[in-house]
Design a protein around this ligand. Structure first.
Ligand SMILES: Nc1ncnc2c1ncn2[C@@H]1O[C@H](COP(=O)(O)OP(=O)(O)OP(=O)(O)O)[C@@H](O)[C@H]1O
Ligand SMILES: [Mg+2]
Length: 507
């Protein structure tokens, strides 16, 4: 008898009775990816709600007796009167290393046909950004592999640097180059066996782009061997606006996992102009009051709460963000560009004129700035490239003046000549990032006059030839530059010896 009692008691003790609050309501209207729902009095902002047939939505507008939900699936299945239930859960996506090498949609479902995502951890899509005390100052570099950027507009881990420019000025290419460069650095670093090496994992969020463009980007990453370190979150133009609105937050959640777990990650939002447009579309359908350029009043919050999630955390890792904004005819004073410029720590401004003149990447030296990155620049780059930004800015001013064709004095001529050589030096083909040690050698050669006296048109080719020489013949020297990260007398002498060897072998 007593054993039976004990058994019953132990059964009761094992019973876990968690109360689940299931709020129900019904659809009063559904159109354009948005469902108006009656009931759901206890629903939370951003809570997942369940429609019939496994379709889910998010509660975005909490009215007194009506809730506006965006539908994240097939809206055509839903009709007026359908039952809706709250789930008590905020939307979350799978996170972890299982996402590397994969392409997922805004909800974290695999869309690359390589099977289910290997992950058991989920992070909420929306999360309050880390506060001031949890953060640490940015002082570790994140190399883009683009000489003009790494030497003049350096980026640090945990920074938010905007890439801004008109259509077709090479914005995506800069972001992809940066991702490829991380993969190159990861490969070398992981092979070196250095225990303190910190790889950077990348997340590329494609918002509102054509499928063909996304496929091209994936192909470029794959060809460069960067896909294995990268996760792609795709919400193409054909996707409904709710998914396009969500995708960057999902990407941020995936990035946060790396940051929270002591790793470094890089996230690219390509692009936030289309993101704002998707949000405007949703807001107009939800009948929210519209403000400037018909965007809803909280469009600033849309991007600030996203970009604030990029950080370097004390004792943990970092998340670096490269948001992209498209401008119309170079107008940076439009609503969305000014918002995002004010949220980020600097911008890389791409100019259509430069792009059309063949100066690619078309980075505008005058309008680009990195407000925190120079603290993260390595000493070698500062040593060789410290004066470049000033020289180039001066060159642009003089060049405009020299167009009048007046007689120029020898000093001005020399400055013009030097400036145009720097411009040539910084030309770099797409998907071809250059390691920081090769950048140092390339610019060091400029300081030591190795491009003087040659035809200006051949400077780009000559610098590539120097890099090729170092890459194939001076591996030990390159490793030494990388590990020392600064040029001392001894190292400078070695580089000069190598440069002379290059010169004699190239006539
Ligand atoms: N450094 C470069 N050298 C040569 N070609 C380049 C370079 N950067 C970009 N391009 C070329 O310019 C074109 C536009 O580049 P990209 O797609 O990166 O621009 P975008 O600003 O992202 O365009 P969109 O506004 O359509 O998104 C592409 O064909 C690309 O190959
Ligand atoms: Mg693009």
């Amino acid at each position: 008898m007593s054993t039976v009692l004990a058994q019953i008691e132990s059964q009761i003790a094992k019973l876990s009775s968690t109360a689940v609050r299931k709020n129900t309501g019904f659809i009063t209207a559904v159109a354009d990816g948005v469902a108006k729902v009656n009931g759901l009095s206890d629903v939370m902002y951003n809570e997942m709600v369940a429609f019939p047939g496994g379709v889910i939505g998010i509660a975005l507008n909490l009215g007194e007796d009506e809730v506006g939900c965006v539908v994240l699936g097939d809206v055509s299945q839903l009709k007026q009167g359908d039952e809706v239930q709250t789930t008590g859960k905020l939307l979350s996506v799978p996170v972890g290393k299982g996402l590397l090498g994969r392409v997922v949609d805004a909800l974290g479902n695999a869309v690359d046909g390589k099977g289910a995502i290997d992950s058991t951890t989920f992070y909420p899509v929306e999360k309050i950004a880390p506060g001031i005390m949890a953060r640490k100052s940015v002082n570790q570099p994140l190399f883009t592999g683009i000489m003009a950027i790494d030497s003049m507009i350096p980026i640090g881990r945990g920074q938010r640097e905007l890439i801004i420019g008109d259509r077709g000025t090479g914005k995506t290419t800069i972001a992809i180059d940066t991702i490829i460069n991380q993969a190159n650095i990861n490969r070398v670093g992981l092979a070196s066996g250095d225990a303190s090496f910190r790889p950077v994992y990348s997340i590329y969020v494609a918002i509102g782009q054509k499928n063909s463009n996304i496929v091209r980007t994936i192909a470029a990453l794959e060809a460069a061997g960067a896909l294995e370190f990268t996760c792609i979150v795709a919400a193409p133009a054909a996707d409904n606006p709710a998914n396009q609105y969500l995708a960057p937050y999902s990407g941020a959640a995936i990035g946060e996992w790396f940051m929270e777990n002591g790793m470094d990650a890089l996230i690219v939002y390509d692009d936030l102009s289309k993101h704002a447009v998707a949000y405007r579309q949703i807001s107009l359908i939800l009948k929210r009051p519209s403000g400037r350029e018909a965007y809803p009043g909280d469009v600033f919050y849309l991007h600030s709460r996203l970009l604030e999630r990029a950080a370097r955390l004390d004792g943990k890792g970092s998340l670096t963000a490269l948001p992209i904004i498209e401008t119309l005819a170079g107008d940076v004073s439009a609503y969305i560009p000014t918002n995002v410029i004010s949220i980020t720590d600097g911008q890389i401004f791409l100019e259509t004129d430069l792009f059309n003149q063949g100066i690619r990447p078309a980075v505008s030296v005058g309008l680009s700035v990195s407000r925190v990155g120079s603290a993260a620049q390595i000493k070698a780059t500062k040593q060789v490239g410290g004066k470049l930004k000033g020289e180039l800015a001066q060159f642009r001013e003089l060049a405009a003046f020299a167009q009048f064709g007046s007689d120029l004095d020898a000093k001005t001529k020399a400055q013009l000549d030097r400036g145009s050589r720097i411009v040539e030096l910084f030309k770099q083909p797409a998907f071809n990032p250059i390691s920081i040690e090769l950048q140092a050698v390339t610019i060091f050669a400029l300081q030591k006059g190795y491009y003087d006296g040659i035809d200006i048109k051949t400077v780009t080719k000559t610098s590539a030839s120097i890099r090729e020489f170092f890459k194939t013949r001076q591996d030990a020297l390159l490793t030494e530059i990388r590990t020392k990260a600064a040029l001392d007398k001894d190292l400078e002498a070695k580089i000069i010896t190598a440069l002379n060897a290059w010169k004699s072998s190239n006539g």
